[in-house]
Design a protein around this ligand. Sequence first.
Ligand SMILES: C[S@@+](CC[C@H](N)C(=O)[O-])C[C@H]1O[C@@H](n2cnc3c(N)ncnc32)[C@H](O)[C@@H]1O
Length: 308
Amino acid sequence: MSNYLYCGDNLQILRDFVGSATVDFCYIDPPFNSQRNYYTGRNSSPTFIDMWHWDHLAAQKLQEIQAQDFSPTTIALFQALPAIIGSGSLLAYLVHLTLVIQEIHRVLKPTGSFYLHCDPMASHYLKLVLDTIFCPQGGEFQNEIIWSYRTGGASRKRFARKHDVIFFYTKSQQWVFHAPKEKSYMMHRYGFKKSNFQLEPETGRQYSLVYGRDVLEIPAIGSDSKERLGFPTQKPEALLSYLLQASSDPGQVVLDAYCGCGTTLVAAQRLDRAWIGIDLNHESIKIGQQRLVDNFGVSCLENIIIHN
Ligand SMILES: C[S@@+](CC[C@H](N)C(=O)[O-])C[C@H]1O[C@@H](n2cnc3c(N)ncnc32)[C@H](O)[C@@H]1O
C-alpha cells in the first residue's frame, strides 16, 4: 500500500497526480471563509490564511466553471449566485471549492464516498454546489451530519454556536457503509478490538456517542487534550475514525485534500487504509509528517512522497 503526502495547491495536485476513479473515501475540512488568519502556537506568521477576495484569480475560476466540463446545473447555479450573494468573498470561496469538489468527484471510484466538513455560515451554499456536482451524475446526498462540541465561548447576543456540518455524498447508488453499532456488537460481529474505540482523553470514558445517528457528540480538541499539537483547527482523530470505519474498508484509498496536521492520515494509517494527503502549507505538512513518525515510526514514511 502506498501513501502520498503532497505539499502544494490541491487543485493542481489533484489534476496532475491523482488518477480518475482511484479513491474510495474522501474527507475535506477546508477553511470556512472565516476571514481571519490561523497561527500554530505562538508563531508570528500565519499557518494558513482564510481570507477570500473577489479578484482577478477568482474571476478566472468563475470563467473556468462557466467554460469547462461542469454540469448545466452547476453552470446555472453560478450564473445566478452573483446576483444573490454579490461578487465578494463568499463567491470567491465558493468558486474555489467548486473547482476542487469537481476534481474530487473525478478521482472518486464509482462506489466512493465524500465527506465535506464546513460550518453553518456557508453550508447551505455548499450543499447547492454538492447537489449540482453529484446528483446529475448519478450520485446522491446521504446525510447532513452535525458534529456537536462544547469548546469555545458563549454569546450574549444569540445561542452559542456549537456545531459544524459534515455533508456525506456518494458518487453512485452503490457504496460501502457499515452502520456504526454499539461497542459490544462491533466486537462480536466485526472482530473490533478495544483499541478501535476511542476514549475521551480527559476522563478515559467511552464517548457518549449514540451510535449510528447523524448527530455526533465527540469532544473537540481542548487546550489540555493529549492529542493537541497546537495546530489551529485540528480535528479529533475519533471523528475521522468514526467516519472511516463507517464508509471504508481496510486496504482502501483515503484522500484528504486539505489535510492540515494530518488527522485523517493518522486515522487512516491506524485503520490500515492507504492514504493521500495534500496541503498548501509547508508547516502543516511538517507537523503532519512528524505526527505520523511519532505514532507509527519512521517506517510509515518510506511510502511518503513529498511533492513540493
Ligand atoms: C481547517 S485546516 C484542516 C485541519 C485538518 N482537518 C486537521 O485536523 O489538521 C485547512 C487546511 O487547508 C489547507 N489549505 C488551504 N487552501 C489549500 C489549498 N488550496 N490546497 C491545499 N491545502 C490548502 C491549509 O493550509 C490548512 O492546513
